[in-house]
Design a protein around this ligand. Structure first.
Ligand code: IPM
Ligand code: MN
Length: 373
């Protein structure tokens, strides 16, 4: 059996961690009887700086031929923040309509957690982050002066109607950003969360801020309640995003599947990463069940460590395990996750986890464990 998989190393430590991840996935193929044909895409800061291209039509057309993309990281100190993030990472998520951002929060045996008195049995849930709506739709503007006077007036009107205040007429700088929730957009991701919960511990927690942002997240809650009626065996719960940050720390064992709009999902999964052992151990999958999905560590490109072979490859290897699961290699996926856990127990880890091993050494070691699985 051969699987075609696209790979984007990207910037900073990206190429090194993807190299380690590929080595492990190839080892899994050897052990479990499949072969991965990798196609590398040269996307990232280097190309952007020399050609001005982020993602071309051609890139998107080629990527669309794959069910899975293995993605390292993007971000470079020579490029203004936001350009590569929006032009590459978010562009892929949106173009391929990867509406689920699946982020397991699972403390592995031996991994360090800052939570006192909590162990692997307590920290084991999944965040299903909506990935194509909310404040990420990119509808917004910022202006100074009279250049877009008309729009400025509209925004002022909205502001005045809402608060009955008179905005100073010489206040000439204003910005707004719109969060969008649609019924079908919310429904498909909430349904995904319920299906997942039905196969786990049968509980779904919605994280939102419907007490303040009541239009967008009021709709979100209505859809949640409606979807829930189809799953009578699944328990449900609503929490506000501010409160959930406390509960993640105090009672992580309460959670099974957490479903949340895009921006809150971004925020709470960094917290989730920390309680599962740090950003070096947090993977994610950007999933379109019927299209092209993308698997990546949730951390960034850490440009200052570029080329030093010191970055922790475990989040990327774990993302590789999710990729294998997605393409139907379930046994191999489980073996990769066990091998990650074993390497931590053996103390065979990088500096950030208190070890002395190199990126490439950890990759080789995990690969060797997978071959023996
Ligand atoms: C993440 C990142 C991205 C996001 C950035 C880099 C655009 O923080 O994957 O969590 O906000 O989604
Ligand atoms: Mn993030």
């Amino acid at each position: 059996m051969q699987h075609q998989v696209a790979a984007i190393g990207g910037d900073g430590i990206g190429p090194e961690i993807i190299a380690a991840g590929k080595e492990v996935l190839d080892a899994a193929g050897e052990r479990f009887g499949f072969d991965i044909a990798w196609t590398d895409f040269d996307v990232g800061a280097e190309r952007y700086l020399s050609t001005g291209e982020l993602l071309t039509e051609e890139d998107l057309r080629e990527l669309s031929k794959f069910r899975a993309i293995y993605f390292g990281a993007i971000g470079d100190e020579r490029v203004k923040p936001g350009i590569l993030e929006k032009g590459i990472l978010l562009a892929i998520r949106f173009h391929f309509d990867q509406f689920v951002n699946l982020r397991p929060i699972k403390l592995l045996e031996g991994a360090p957690t800052p939570l006192a008195n909590k162990g692997p049995e307590d920290v084991d849930f999944v965040v299903v982050r909506e990935n194509t709506e909310d404040f990420y739709v990119g509808i917004g503007s910022r202006f100074t002066g009279a250049r877009e006077q008309k729009t400025l007036e509209v925004v002022r009107d909205l502001y005045n109607i809402k608060f009955g205040l008179d905005v100073e007429t010489d206040a000439d700088e204003i910005a707004y950003q719109i969060g969008v929730v649609t019924r079908p957009g919310a429904e498909r991701v909430i349904r995904y969360a319920f299906d997942l919960a039905a196969a786990r511990e049968r509980k779904v927690t919605s994280v939102d801020k419907a007490n303040v942002l009541s239009d967008v997240y009021g709709l979100w809650r209505d859809v949640f309640n409606q979807v829930a009626t189809g799953y009578p065996d699944v328990a449900t719960e609503f929490t506000f995003v501010d409160a959930v940050t406390m509960w993640f720390v105090k009672n992580p064992e309460w959670f099974d599947v957490v479903v949340t709009p895009n921006m809150f999902g971004d925020i709470i999964t960094d917290l989730g990463a920390m309680i599962q052992g740090g950003l070096g151990l947090a993977p994610g999958g950007n999933i379109n069940p019927a299209g092209t999905s993308m698997f990546e560590p949730i951390h960034g490109s850490a440009p200052k460590y570029r080329g030093q072979d010191v970055a922790n490859p475990l989040a990327t290897i774990w993302a590789g395990s999710m990729l294998l699961d997605h393409i139907g290699e379930r046994e191999a996926a489980r073996a990769v996750l066990s091998a990650i856990e074993q390497s931590i127990l053996d103390g065979f880890v990088t500096r950030d986890m208190g070890g002395a091993k190199k990126t490439s050494e950890v990759g080789r070691y995990v690969a060797s464990l997978v071959k023996r699985a």
